[in-house]
Design a protein around this ligand. Structure first.
Ligand code: SF4
Length: 238
């Protein structure tokens, strides 16, 4: 990328907002969260619709870099979230973040495989939280995106497994959309691909601002019916 293009990218207001401190989002790290605008998915339960639909935000990457200068020795990491953070070229920004000595966690739906691979090859990421939205047979129904996107997600997942990268797989559960059989299907899939990490099941929490027309959960996923023998499972908000 030319210097001009890189500067334009770093100056563009593509950061919807900044959470200046979190001790939860990146386990064992004190981080800030950078919320990047835009996403190609339209998950029914998504409550970040403002971030997903807007094209510009409050801050540029350069603004975030200036903020990080004030947090050296106070924070040790940043989390790139969204929206879908890989919808923009993260490489120039991540290079600068690394120069300042911060670790980088990426939250992603995994569809931009080429960029994730490049980020890893350049050693610009330290941890990834990868959303496994749904089994392939329900993927389009839940994300309102094409099955090609599932194939790209799958490519990312397999690449991360094969390269022993430090990452977690997680699924948001709304029981109108995913039932116990679907979750057990994902568990079998991960087991067969030799995923060794923890699989996090995140219970949907009610929001009045979802992208899809989705109501309160009629019932809670019955965690007693989840197969816990094949891979490690942890529950969030259950
Ligand atoms: S929940 Fe779905 S629509 Fe919302 S930001 Fe994540 S991937 Fe995009």
């Amino acid at each position: 990328m030319s210097i001009n293009k890189e500067n334009n990218l770093l100056n563009k207001k593509i950061v919807y907002d900044l959470t200046s401190f979190s001790h939860l989002d990146y386990p064992n790290h004190l981080s800030c969260i950078v919320w990047i605008v835009g996403c190609g998915f339209r998950c029914d339960y998504c409550y970040n619709s403002d971030i997903v639909f807007t094209k510009s935000g409050k801050y540029s990457f350069n603004d975030i870099l200036s903020f990080l200068d004030t947090r050296i020795n106070l924070l040790d990491a940043i989390v790139l979230s969204g929206g879908e953070a890989t919808g923009v070229d993260l490489i120039p920004f991540c290079k600068q973040v690394k120069k300042k000595g911060f670790k980088i966690k990426l939250d992603t739906n995994g569809v931009n495989f080429e960029q994730i691979k490049k980020l890893l090859e350049l050693k610009l990421l330290d941890y990834i939280a990868l959303d496994y939205k749904a089994p392939k047979y329900k993927f389009t129904n839940i994300t309102h995106s094409s099955l090609l996107k599932f194939d790209q997600f799958e490519q990312t997942l397999i690449y991360l497994i094969n390269n022993n990268f430090d990452f977690e797989v997680r699924t948001t559960v709304h029981s109108d959309l995913l039932n116990e059989n679907d979750i057990n299907f994902i568990i079998n899939y991960l087991y067969n691909k030799e995923y060794k990490g923890i699989y996090y099941l995140q219970n949907y929490f009610d929001s009045n601002n979802t992208i899809g027309n989705i109501s309160k959960q009629q019932y809670q996923l019955n965690i007693n019916q989840i197969n816990t023998e094949k891979i490690k499972i942890q529950y969030r908000n259950f």
